[in-house]
Design a protein around this ligand. Structure first.
Ligand code: PGA
Length: 249
């Protein structure tokens, strides 16, 4: 009953022209994929090209970040209503690269998530532990804190719009994937935190994506886990063939 979501996080890759070329090749490859939702998240400047190229298809477009204010003197920032007006359906929030390089915290994740929902965007909120946190057995503490401080302050009707992405930081861009069992354990733990904060129904309904070196050759094993409701894909989402193989797992 949880419809899988396969989302491509393009990070800082692809110009508008490259985005158009990607879509021309990608759309025919996923034209019959109605088992899941498909999302492309290009850089801000390529959103318009992605929206134009995917018009009339089931492929949605998302942004990779937002500012929580609607407008104002925040040089270089983009707001949720602007992202919505540009034709986006979703927005990635709190990606580990934003936490690591741009000072994002659970507090900003909460503000950004609230702003996204208010603007009618689906927030894809990223959580996940660092290598040293996993190695010192702190994975569950970190995940519990990220869910509590980042999400539990939402109203239940707001939380119903949220998608969570579990991305162990040590697996991002490294070629090291969590095994399906490891990922499922973390997903179960996250779902339990959701149950504690929002109750049984919310926990059963929330989609939890896995992210971190998802590739055509490991997606099947991950998606075979009932706990895993989709994938947030970085590197492998940049090639139309590879991302289509992941979508069509
Ligand atoms: P990766 O990135 O698939 O290249 O590991 C995933 C992500 O950062 O969302």
């Amino acid at each position: 009953m949880r419809v899988p979501l396969m989302a491509g996080n393009w990070k800082m890759f692809k110009t508008p022209a490259e985005t158009t070329v990607f879509c021309e090749r990608f759309l025919p490859l996923v034209a019959s994929a109605n088992h899941c939702e498909i999302l492309l998240c290009p850089p801000f400047v390529s959103i318009a090209a992605a929206v134009a190229a995917t018009q009339g298809s089931t492929v949605g477009v998302g942004a990779q970040n937002l500012h929580w204010q609607k407008e104002g003197a925040f040089t270089g920032e983009v707001s949720a209503p602007m992202i919505k007006a540009a034709g986006c359906r979703s927005v990635i929030i709190g990606h580990s690269e934003r936490r690591q390089y741009f000072g994002e915290t659970d507090t900003t994740v909460f503000k950004k998530t609230t702003a996204a929902i208010e603007a009618g965007l689906q927030p894809i909120v990223c959580v996940g532990e660092l290598l040293e946190e996993r190695e010192s057995n702190r994975t569950n503490d970190v995940l519990a804190r990220q869910v509590k401080d980042g999400l539990s302050g939402l109203r239940p009707d707001e939380f119903a719009k949220v998608v969570i992405a579990y991305e162990p930081v040590w697996a991002i861009g490294t070629g090291k994937t969590a095994t399906p069992d490891m990922a499922a354990d973390a997903h179960r733990f996250i779902r339990e935190q959701v149950r504690l904060a929002f109750g049984e129904d919310a926990a059963a309904a929330v989609r939890i994506l896995y992210g971190g070196s998802v590739k055509p050759d490991n997606v099947k094993g991950l998606m075979a886990q009932p706990e895993i409701d989709g994938a947030l894909v970085g590197g492998a989402s940049l090639k139309p063939e590879d991302f289509s193989l992941i979508v069509n797992f």
